[in-house]
Ligand binder design. Structure first.
Ligand SMILES: Nc1ncnc2c1ncn2[C@@H]1O[C@H](COP(=O)(O)OP(=O)(O)O)[C@@H](O)[C@H]1O
Ligand SMILES: [Mg+2]
Length: 379
C-alpha cells in the first residue's frame, strides 16, 4: 500500500494527458490508465495492490477470469512483480506475475524480446514462462515460475537475516547458476544482467535465473565475428571489456556473464563490491567505472573466505576476457566441485527444512573440511 500518498500527485508525475476528473482513482472509473500511467509513475502505482486491481479490472478484465492476484513481491529496473495463482490449476501452485511498462509501445519488437527469449528456454535453472499478455499499447504482464524465497539479496537479508552468505550456500547455488548459464549460452543467448536481483530461489532451494530484459541473442553471428557489446546491464556488475568498448569475437561474449557472476558472488560473500570507492575517494560514478577497468582485484583484509573460493573469484573476475575462465572450466573448478558434497547431503537429508537449517548454520562438516583443504583427496 502506498502510505500517506495522494494518487493524484503520483498520477501527475509528468503526465501525458491527465483528465481533470482523475483526482481520485478509487471513485472514478472513467480514467484511461493508458493515458495517465507513464514510465515515471508506473512502478509507484503498481506497487499498490488496490491500484493494480483497479487497473486490471478496467484494462484487462480477463486477468481475473484466469488468475488470482496475490502479494507484491518486488520491483526491478522496469518491472513490478506479484505472486498469485492460476484459477484452472488444480494444484493451486503459486506463480509470479511480472507487470512491465513497454516504453516504446506496440511497434517495438525489442520490448518483447524478454518474452521471446524466455519462451525459447526450458531448463531447471531458468524461470519458466506460462503466459504473456499485452495490456493496451503500453503494458504487458507475464506469468512466471515463482521463486518462493525471492531473489538472492532478499534470501540473504530478509529470510536468513545475514550480512553475507556462507560459502556453503554460495557454492551450492553457484553450481546451479553455472548450469543455467551453460544452457543459456548453448542457446546462443547472453543474459547480460547477472546479479543477485535476477537470481531467484524456489521452494526446493533450487536456483532459477530470471529477468532477460537486456539479454541478447547472437545466433546470427559467425563465432569469430567481432563485436563491441553495448552497455546495458547494471553498472557495478559490468565487465571491463564492455566499458572499454573492446571488439571481441562473439564466441567469447559469454564471458560477460561469467564476470557478472564473479561480482555477484563477491558481493554476496564479502558484503561489498570489488571496486567500491573508499571515503576519501571521489564517489563519482566515472571513478567506479575507471576502477573496474584499471584497479587490480583486491579482497578485504581479514576476509574469512577460503583460498579455493578466493582463487575461483579471481578467475571469474579476470579483467582480460581471453584469460577469464569459461563456463566449463568454472564447472570443473575445485571450489565448485564442493557442491557435490552439499548435493549429496541434501539427498541424504530428504527434507528441505533440515537442509535449509544445515545451510543456514553452515553445518556440513565434510564441505567445510573440503574447502579448508583438509579433505583435498575427496574427488
Ligand atoms: N519468478 C520470480 N519469483 C520470485 N520473485 C521474482 C520473480 N521474478 C522477479 N522477482 C522479483 O522481482 C524483482 C524484479 O523482477 P525482474 O524480473 O528482475 O524485473 P526488472 O526487469 O524490472 O529488473 C526481482 O529482483 C525479484 O526480487
Ligand atoms: Mg531485474
Amino acid at each position: 500500500m502506498i502510505e500517506n500518498q495522494n494518487y493524484s500527485q503520483i498520477l501527475s508525475i509528468k503526465p501525458q494527458k491527465l483528465p481533470p476528473e482523475s483526482t481520485n482513482f478509487q471513485t472514478d472509473d472513467s480514467i484511461n490508465y493508458n493515458q495517465v500511467i507513464n514510465q515515471e509513475n508506473f512502478k509507484i502505482l503498481l506497487r499498490d495492490k488496490k491500484f493494480l486491481n483497479h487497473f486490471l479490472t478496467k484494462e484487462s478484465p480477463k486477468f481475473f477470469e484466469d488468475f488470482e492476484l496475490g502479494d507484491f513481491l518486488n520491483e526491478g529496473g522496469c518491472g513490478v512483480v506479484y505472486d498469485g495463482r492460476m484459477r484452472k490449476r488444480k494444484n493451486k501452485q503459486k506463480l509470479a506475475f511480472k507487470f512491465k511498462y513497454s516504453r516504446k509501445g506496440n511497434d517495438n519488437k525489442d520490448e518483447f524480446q524478454e518474452i521471446g527469449i524466455l519462451k525459447k528456454l526450458h531448463h531447471k535453472n531458468i524461470t519458466n514462462i506460462y503466459a504473456f499478455t499485452k495490456i493496451g499499447e503500453k503494458f504487458y504482464y507475464c506469468v512466471l515460475e515463482l521463486g518462493k524465497h525471492g531473489d538472492l539479496e532478499k534470501f540473504q537479508k530478509i529470510i536468513l537475516k545475514k550480512k553475507v552468505l556462507s560459502e556453503t550456500i554460495l557454492c551450492y547455488f553457484s553450481k546451479q547458476i553455472l548450469e543455467g548459464l551453460k544452457y543459456i549460452h548453448r542457446c546462443k543467448i547472453i543474459h547480460n544482467d547477472i546479479k543477485q536481483g535476477n537470481i531467484v530461489i524456489d521452494s526446493n532451494l533450487d536456483i532459477k535465473i530470471t529477468d532477460f530484459s537486456v539479454s541478447c541473442t547472437y545466433a546470427n553471428f559467425e563465432p569469430d565475428e567481432k563485436v563491441a557489446f553495448p552497455f546495458m546491464g547494471t553498472s557495478k556488475y559490468i565487465c571491463p571489456e564492455i566499458l572499454n568498448r573492446t571488439l571481441m569475437p562473439i564466441r567469447e561474449a559469454c564471458k560477460i556473464d561469467i564476470y557478472s557472476l564473479g561480482v555477484t558472488l563477491y558481493v554476496a560473500a564479502l558484503g561489498k563490491f570489488p571496486y567500491e570507492l573508499n571515503k576519501v575517494e571521489n564517489k563519482k560514478y566515472e571513478n567506479i567505472l575507471k576502477n573496474i577497468q584499471d584497479k587490480p582485484l583486491e579482497f578485504p583484509i581479514n576476509n574469512k573466505i577460503s583460498p579455493k573460493f578466493k582463487n575461483f573469484l579471481s578467475k571469474l573476475l579476470d579483467k582480460n576476457y581471453s584469460t577469464r575462465i569459461n563456463i566449463q572450466q568454472a564447472l570443473n573448478d575445485p571450489w565448485i566441485k564442493g557442491a557435490e558434497i552439499i548435493q549429496e547431503e541434501k539427498e541424504n537429508l530428504g527434507s528441505i527444512e533440515n537442509f535449509l537449517a544445515k545451510l543456514i548454520t553452515d553445518n556440513i562438516p565434510k564441505f567445510n573440511e573440503y574447502i579448508s583443504d583438509k579433505l583435498d583427496s575427496f574427488f
